[in-house]
Design a binder for this molecule. Structure first.
Ligand SMILES: Cc1cc2nc3c(=O)[nH]c(=O)nc-3n(C[C@H](O)[C@H](O)[C@H](O)COP(=O)(O)O)c2cc1C
Length: 208
């Protein structure tokens, strides 16, 4: 069965535009593949903890030598990594928060960046092990960063997301740019609909 991983991360809960738009993209992908299931990793509702000393030790320690705390952290990391590896497509949503991604999403990346699972180092350099799938990345922001204007240099979200996904071997990435929201110049709904209208996976006529 085909699996679509939906990762949402806005700290704004029900108000999140990126989470709602990402759900629309995931639903559209699922409709294309009968029987596909959506696995929702809701980082706002259930954030992964910031990685710490126990985590850093746990990823390099044999299972039988782990403390209970380390085993628990590793199990959470394994579960998130399993979801990413099992997915046929990934839809990631984040708001632009202080010119970068939501901190809960950063924690998710810290948990799924696992040597010998999502990447490995070879004599020729790093090799991604989670490739063969497309990623849709939905980013909502008040500012506009993709028009080549001066704000582009402040965008630490898209370059980071592209680098991390590429590091995992996921190079087929479609960004869904929801820009200029919350400013009152244009209704947010119109901005969201326009952004979704450009997504190859989404048929707005049938979008939820
Ligand atoms: C704490 C906070 C920080 C924000 N920082 C930025 C920012 O640096 N740049 C920007 O363009 N918008 C910023 N915004 C606006 C959000 O990107 C915007 O509200 C967006 O819709 C958030 O995504 P969401 O709707 O999925 O929650 C910020 C919003 C919040 C709440």
């Amino acid at each position: 069965m085909s699996s679509i991983l939906l990762v949402t991360a806005s700290p704004r809960g029900d108000l999140s535009l990126s989470s709602r738009a990402a759900r629309t993209v995931a639903d559209a992908l699922a409709r294309r593949k009968p029987g596909a299931r959506i696995v929702h990793r809701d980082l706002a509702a259930a954030p992964l903890p910031h990685i710490d000393q126990d985590f850093a030790v746990a990823v390099k320690t044999p299972a039988e030598k782990l403390t209970a705390a380390q085993a628990k952290l590793l199990a959470a990391s394994d579960a998130a990594t399993d979801e990413l590896l099992a997915a046929d497509a990934v839809v990631i949503a984040t708001g632009m928060i202080n010119f970068s991604i939501a901190s809960t999403l950063k924690s998710w990346f810290d948990h799924v960046a696992r040597a010998h699972r999502t990447f490995r180092y070879t004599a020729e350099g790093p090799q991604g092990l989670a490739g063969g799938k497309k990623a849709y990345v939905v980013i909502a922001s008040s500012g506009t960063y993709t028009d080549g204007g001066p704000a582009a240099a402040m965008d630490h979200a898209r370059p980071y997301l592209k680098s991390m996904l590429g590091f995992f071997g996921i190079t087929d990435i479609e960004f869904v740019d929801i820009e200029g929201v919350g400013l009152g110049f244009e209704p947010d709904a119109v901005i969201v609909e326009r952004a979704l209208g450009k997504v190859s996976a989404v048929d707005l006529a049938t979008a939820a």
